[in-house]
Write a protein that binds this ligand. Sequence first.
Ligand SMILES: Nc1ncnc2c1ncn2[C@@H]1O[C@H](COP(=O)(O)OP(=O)(O)OP(=O)(O)O)[C@@H](O)[C@H]1O
Ligand SMILES: [Mg+2]
Length: 326
Amino acid sequence: MSTEPMPGSADVPSLQELRSRALAAAAPRPYGADAAIACDRVVKIFTADRVEVQALQGLDLTVDRGDLVALVGASGSGKSTLLNILAGLDAPTAGSARVDGRDLLAMSAKERLRYRREVVGFVWQQTARNLMPFLTAEQNVALPMQLRGERSTPAAARRRRQRTAELLEALDIGELARRRPAELSGGQQQRVAIAVALANEPAVLLADEPTGELDTDTAAGIFDAFRTVNRELATTVVIVTHDPMVAGEVRRTVAIRDGRTSSEVLRRTRIDEHGTETVSEREYVMLDRTGRVQLPAAFLTALGMQHRVAADLATDHIQLRPDDTA
Ligand SMILES: Nc1ncnc2c1ncn2[C@@H]1O[C@H](COP(=O)(O)OP(=O)(O)OP(=O)(O)O)[C@@H](O)[C@H]1O
Ligand SMILES: [Mg+2]
């Protein structure tokens, strides 16, 4: 008797197989264990004038190593709050946040300082906020390396000079190394700022509306610079942006609504046998760790779904139908 599987049966799992997989998956496993960023039900509450503002309301987000992600969302949705937490500038009220394997809630003040210097790089919207006005571009880039506190041997100084030159070159501003911020355009200052943020080879580069103060053409150039960094230095990059053009150019755009991740758009580029490139785009809704999804309001209204739905497992999808017991 042959033990060969039925044709195709290796690819298409049976319903039985899917059910046992579902059971096995119920066993606990570390969340976002090897992700660059793993936020799990992050809550941030601000209290101003005795009024509580829930800026983040149980936000879940994972970002893979080497990814380039755009974060979008209405004003006040919590984007900067999230970035400040990831940058180690602010602590979450509850939940867990890990960046490059480090638990942001469990860090001491000393570890936090080290984290900000060595694990993350940050670029602000306000060009002036990113740089020391009295230092030249190359001195600005060298500064984080000096603050890192390695001994100042001639060899270390040489390494610093070399990395500074490489970074300025990679960002196309090699010839501006000796200029101070006031002698640079907004776009050039942002390029220096990216070099500064990358000086200590951070695992993650965070940018909060880095093109917000720039005109469209300059902004496109800066965005290209982020892409170059992501591609050539393999740095994980997260950019908050209002710019629909930026969001339209990255592989993954995550939308935040009311302090939670609500949906995301993934874009894929395919090249067919004639070398023609097609880009496909699809919007996904978030699935949280407990299995909750937030379905688009328009879908629910169209089918009159409320309170509960009937869910059935099929071989390659889940069917949701309106509650028919009503
Ligand atoms: N330090 C603070 N104290 C009190 N409330 C704050 C503080 N920082 C932010 N908030 C509030 O938290 C909410 C989220 O703010 P956040 O700055 O994260 O929004 P955002 O998505 O970055 O908006 P924008 O696109 O305008 O920059 C807002 O309601 C804001 O008023
Ligand atoms: Mg903001």
